[in-house]
Design a protein around this ligand. Structure first.
Ligand SMILES: Nc1nc2c(c(=O)[nH]1)N[C@H]1C(S)=C(S)[C@@H](COP(=O)(O)O)O[C@H]1N2
Ligand SMILES: [Mo]
Length: 500
């Protein structure tokens, strides 16, 4: 027999069955997604955690902080591929049974094994039923198409093209339905200055103040962020059920304590504006935002435990943790409200820390444990080459350049110096030779809140603009430029502006 024919007779059908197994894997994943969405119960979630845990620290650091959203997408994509392969393997017994011409057994085995594997990975019945139904539908399509095969005897060695296409059609169809269905049942958000209907008088008053004090600059984000950035180690955020959640205070304390949601809500409550900036933020980047947070002053909660050490570790549901001086936390807030709404899942529901004047990384989200310590140690990012537990650097951003009438140019942005506060923003429109004071927004109440600046001037030719800040202690923003790694970006933001 000529070799080419041999290939056609053996290899092609073999590839067809492998294709069906892979399509079944995709269908199982799609079924799980359709039922549970992008939650920890989704079958790709445990494999995503595996990818994160198995990746070298430096790669994780690079992906999250340099690539940002893209890094997350790449990591998530590899988790999805891994999931399809795993479920594709799990589909093999069912596919083999189909190949032998036993459709009922094939569909049953496929669904049963997928269901069990997904249950084993996620512990979620819903997710495993979704996966079982997904593969079930796919294998039924394959079986139906083979029924019309002419000769029984050839069934084990031939496969019809439409069986493979049918399997892919079914899995792609399920995936599409899942994506569309989930698109509209998405995430809760609490960004924005829109005052919720049921907001109490204080929230109403403070959000109105933030609106009134925001500079009237076309295209510039107001003093309460309309789209609060999100940075964390997760592709799939924890989805904490408040019934199961507790916050433990442990370690070097007089009395270890455990709080549930009811306990937290019964404690002292405070509304506070707090600005958060990521240590990975570029000097003119967008990982800096402000919101009105509501929650328990950290001092009130810590007092109950009576700490005997001067260091603290905060731990989150996602395994993230950070260690820093307890002193920094005492002026902090444990927040469960954001802009008059429930704290959104992406920002740490049910409870997150906010540590004034410090990089966002110690403001641990999905908080589950406060461990008081007598000795220092390292946190999640310190093991990955960052030193982001300290105080924020000072920055004035150029976030908006507007061309007004009569050749006038309007520059504007946000300025933040942590708890040092902002005394002045200075603008140069000649590359740093001469400086003028910019207009500043009226400060909002709070010890750790950004402000906005604005400067309008006339120009006829391209020129370089530079901004710098004098903080509340009189200190001038560091001129020498450095990137974010390891302890935050420095330098004066500048850009070339061309008049229209
Ligand atoms: N549990 C947990 N908390 C976390 C993180 C995380 O990955 N897991 N990321 C930290 C980092 S690096 C930053 S900058 C802030 C960002 O808060 P945001 O996502 O609400 O903007 O959350 C911090 N808290
Ligand atoms: Mo961060």
């Amino acid at each position: 027999m000529p070799p080419t024919r041999d290939w056609a007779a053996r290899t092609r059908p073999w590839m067809g069955w492998v294709g069906i197994a892979l399509a079944a894997g995709v269908a199982g994943m799609a079924g799980s997604y359709l039922v549970v969405g992008r939650r920890p119960e989704f079958v790709a979630a445990p494999l995503d955690r595996f990818v994160l845990a198995a990746s070298p620290d430096m790669l994780v650091s690079f992906a999250i902080t340099e690539l940002g959203a893209l890094g997350h997408q790449l990591a998530f994509l590899s988790a999805l591929v891994l999931t399809c392969l795993t479920l594709g393997l799990a589909a093999i017994p069912g596919v083999l049974a189909l190949r032998r011409g036993w459709p009922a057994l094939g569909v049953g085995a496929g669904a049963g094994i997928h269901g069990s594997v997904v249950y084993g990975l996620t512990g979620s019945l819903h997710s495993s039923i979704g996966a079982a139904v997904g593969i079930g539908i796919t294998l039924i399509v394959v079986a139906l198409y083979s029924r019309s095969s002419t000769t029984r005897s050839t069934r084990t060695s031939t496969i019809e093209r439409r069986q493979v296409l049918g399997a892919f059609g079914a899995s792609i169809g399920l995936g599409t339905i899942g994506l569309l269905a989930r698109r509209f049942t998405g995430q809760d958000k609490a960004s924005g200055i829109d005052i919720p209907e049921d907001a109490g008088p204080e929230v109403r008053e403070l959000l109105t103040l933030a609106r009134d004090r925001s500079l009237n600059v076309e295209g510039l984000e107001p003093l309460v962020s309309t789209d609060f950035y999100e940075v964390d180690i997760n592709n799939i955020n924890p989805d904490v059920s408040t019934d199961d959640w507790t916050l433990a205070v442990t370690g070097a304390v007089e009395t270890e304590r455990e709080y549930d949601v009811g306990d937290i809500e019964a404690m002292a409550f405070e509304n506070r504006f707090v600005t958060v900036r990521c240590v990975g933020d570029q000097q003119n980047g967008r990982q800096m935002d402000n919101a009105l947070w509501g929650g328990v002053p950290a001092a009130a909660l810590l007092r109950e435990a009576d700490p005997r050490g001067d260091r603290v570790i905060l731990r989150g549901e996602d395994g993230f943790y950070n260690e820093f001086p307890l002193e920094d936390l005492t002026s902090g807030l444990f927040a469960y409200r954001m802009n008059g709404r429930r704290l959104p899942r992406g920002h740490g529901y049910p409870l997150r820390a906010l540590v004034p004047g410090h990089w966002g990384e110690i403001s641990v989200k999905w908080l589950t444990e406060i461990e008081i310590r007598e000795e220092d140690t390292m946190g999640y990012w310190e093991y990955r080459g960052w030193e982001g537990t300290g105080e924020v650097t000072t920055v004035a951003k150029i976030w908006q350049v507007n061309h007004l009438d009569a050749g006038r140019i309007e520059l504007a942005g946000h300025v933040y110096a942590g708890t040092r506060g902002v005394e002045a923003v200075e603008v140069s429109t000649d590359g740093g030779q001469s400086w003028m004071d910019a207009e500043l927004s009226e400060p909002l109440p709070g010890a750790d809140v950004w402000r906005q600046w604005r400067h309008v001037y006339g120009a006829v030719s391209p020129h370089e603009v530079v901004v710098r800040t004098r903080d509340g202690t009189g200190g001038l923003q560091t001129e020498s430029e450095s990137g974010p790694r390891p302890d935050g970006a420095t330098g004066w933001v500048s850009m070339t502006v061309e008049p229209k």
